[in-house]
Design a protein around this ligand. Structure first.
Ligand code: HEC
Length: 173
């Protein structure tokens, strides 16, 4: 039995190393801002929290969008529920492209023992126009950059954001 257990232990260690590589979502540190939207070194959207706790506009907006569209299933502050996973944890492993795909197209995991459905939000402008806001807020939660409270101080709403929002929602510019 002993050689087998040893081999199994090695397998578990190797498997967990692989998981941590597969889960490499990149360094979330903001390297620059484009019209008030911060990006990391890979060009993916990210959060920015100042030394005095001031959050970027997207983190603040994402907090509000999350709590109007997602929290009923995923729990307040991305903490999860008995029905849907804690997105605070999911975004430690899921990258930007993976997030967009699940939220736009949805996902079903329905069988005899469970009935787990993530709706597709690609056609819902209240979500689809705010994908980056949601991603940035949840990425901040996944990195413990914001806590379980409504962000207090925030940066101003960028003018470019308002223009893009109106265009996406089909409102006059
Ligand atoms: C009606 C309930 C419901 C709503 C509303 C909902 N979700 Fe989900 N979501 C789920 C369920 C259930 C799953 C797990 C699906 C599965 O088992 O594959 C899920 C999965 C996900 C995942 C994948 C998580 C992982 O660990 O793989 C992401 C990302 C996600 N949801 C984001 C969102 C966002 C963002 C919103 C708000 C715009 C939202 N969801 C609204 C039920 C919901």
């Amino acid at each position: 039995m002993r050689p087998f257990s040893f081999a199994f232990a090695v397998f578990v260690v190797v498997a967990s190393i692989n998981v941590s590589f597969a889960g490499d979502v990149g360094n979330p540190a903001a390297v620059k801002s484009e019209d008030g939207k911060y990006v990391d070194k890979d060009g993916n959207p990210t959060f920015k929290v100042g030394a005095d706790g001031t959050v970027d506009w997207y983190t603040y907006s994402g907090y509000r969008r999350y709590h109007s569209e997602c929290h009923v299933c995923h729990g307040p502050d991305g903490m999860g529920s008995t029905y849907a996973p804690a997105l605070k944890d999911s975004l430690q492993k899921m990258d930007y492209a993976g997030f967009l795909e699940v939220v736009a197209s949805g996902r079903k995991n329905v069988n005899a023992s469970q009935d787990s459905v993530m709706p597709a939000f690609g056609d819902n402008t209240n979500v689809a126009c705010y994908m980056d806001d949601l991603y940035i807020y949840l990425r901040a939660r996944a990195n413990d950059a914001v806590g379980r409270t409504r962000p207090g101080k925030r940066e101003d709403k960028p003018a470019a954001y308002t223009a893009a929002e109106n265009a996406c929602m089909g409102k006059p510019q």
